[in-house]
Ligand binder design. Structure first.
Ligand code: ASP
Ligand code: MG
Length: 450
């Protein structure tokens, strides 16, 4: 079987005519890319979500105009806009009617029906753009392919049915030499209703189609040329990583790096399909390959930074030689749906970090009065804020001599509030002052990577 790549282009890659043209250049230059999954043009899904949540007439009109402007700014630059105008007008009329329904009563099913239009429109326009280059692109409604359950807003694919439908719909087109252009993010349930896989779900769609088609790889085209040793805005000497493992990438994402999380690519990870991440605006710069076991595996791979952490120190004399204190504390935290990130313990106290940005609103409200009161019934509670988690990501960090010395030497001028070392083979975590975090990242980067 010839090489098959499934490519996914994100919202910024299809935001306007020039961005879409850059994607078309990539596809036409790469004969392996024969299935293409698109997101909605940047901004469109957010607008549609607002409509789906119900809004009054004047706001509805403003949003419809904004969405129309985004799409027509692209359409105007096509050679034959008339080929798609009717279809896009039809979609816009449909959105308008659905948004009116949503203003009366919202529902999860209605929301999915509204927000699927972003991807429907971007794919329709992009297919025309490719066809104007005499490229054999065919538009496919991915709802005829991706079958899901009826969990609107975060539907789970029905793998078996998706395989059957892929064989029936996509395979014959590939055999005819066509290049399939389809939507990420959406699917259809058994009753024929539109579903979505959760925000940002296009990556998942691409990975799923790659798995079902037995593809050789998944190419994620976005707005950054791959994964870096650390945020290049903090360290200009940050280097692009050529290959990285799924595990290391997951650690980086967990600890705050804005890289794609392998969980969003689950089908590719479980089927061991390599994933490439690159910039559709600068494909010549290459990108990063994420694979199961790339070699060699360096001891130090990257540095990640998560700001705005809270440190809770819980102490109780009754923890001394007693049982169940940790269980009590974690039960309380679980009851309040608090996700704990890093934990260290001593004989009579536990220190745990919580992510302030993980809460829905800003501020300290992740620590509700109720939670604090409940904790105070079993122990003394101390809260510290304005902290940042600096994670050193790498391989076999816990089994090599000298790692601690290297880190501590670099960190010696700073007040390190907490260290977690030994739980994971892939990371060492340190908690530092927010205001020193950038400097610490710079010092560590220069010591470990430059
Ligand atoms: N358009 C959808 C979103 O904004 C899906 C995606 O971009 O992956 O969430
Ligand atoms: Mg997106």
């Amino acid at each position: 079987m010839p090489h098959l790549s499934v490519a996914k282009f994100g919202g910024t890659s299809v935001a306007n005519f020039d961005a879409m043209s850059a994607c078309a250049d990539i596809i036409t230059a790469d004969t392996n890319t024969r299935v293409v999954v698109l997101s909605a043009s940047a901004g469109v899904t957010n607008y549609l979500v607002e409509l789906a949540n119900g809004c009054e007439l004047s706001r509805r009109n403003d949003i419809l105009n904004a969405v129309r402007t985004i799409q027509f700014n692209i359409i105007e630059k096509l050679q034959k806009p008339e080929m798609v105008i009717e279809k896009i007008e039809h979609y816009l009329t449909h959105i308008k009617a659905l948004a009116e329904s949503a203003s009366l009563a919202t529902s999860l099913a209605l929301t999915d029906e509204i927000i699927c239009h972003g991807e429907m429109m971007s794919t329709c326009i992009f297919t025309q753009l490719l066809n104007e280059r005499n490229f054999p692109a065919v538009w496919v409604d991915v709802r005829d392919v991706v079958a899901t359950d009826s969990h609107f807003g975060k539907a789970a694919p029905n793998d078996e049915k998706t395989v059957q439908q892929t064989n029936a719909v996509i395979k014959p087109l590939l055999e005819q030499g066509k290049v399939v252009i389809t939507q990420g993010f959406i699917g259809r349930d058994d009753e024929g209703k539109t579903t979505t896989l959760g925000r940002g779900g296009s990556d998942y769609s691409a990975a799923l189609l790659a798995e079902v088609l037995n593809a050789n790889d998944v190419l994620i085209w976005t707005d950054v040329p791959g994964i870096y040793t650390t945020d290049p805005r903090i360290v200009s000497a940050a280097k692009r990583i050529d290959t990285i493992s799924f595990n290391e990438a997951a650690e980086m994402a967990t600890f705050g790096a804005k890289v794609l999380h392998p969980a969003t690519l689950l089908p590719a990870v479980r089927s061991n399909i390599p994933v490439f991440v690159g910039s559709s605006k600068a494909p010549e710069q290459g990108g990063t390959w994420v694979t199961r076991d790339p070699q060699p595996r360096p001891t130090f791979r990257a540095l990640a930074l998560r700001r705005n952490q809270i440190l809770l120190t819980l102490s109780s004399l009754s923890m001394l030689h007693s049982q169940g204190f940790l269980a009590n504390v974690f039960t309380i935290l679980a009851k309040h749906k608090i996700s704990v990130d890093v934990v260290t313990t001593s004989e009579v106290s536990i220190a745990i970090t919580l992510d302030k940005t993980g809460s829905t609103s800003s501020g300290l409200d992740i620590l509700s009065d109720d939670l604090l009161a409940e904790l105070r019934e079993v122990c003394k509670v101390n809260v510290e804020t304005d902290l940042a988690l600096v994670a050193i990501i790498g391989n076999n960090l816990h089994t090599q001599a000298g790692i601690a010395k290297q880190l501590f030497e670099t960190l010696s001028p700073y007040n390190v509030r907490l260290i977690s070392y030994g739980a994971s083979t892939n990371n060492v975590c340190t908690l530092v002052k927010n205001k020193e975090a950038d400097e610490i990242i710079q010092a560590l980067h220069s010591a470990l990577f430059e």
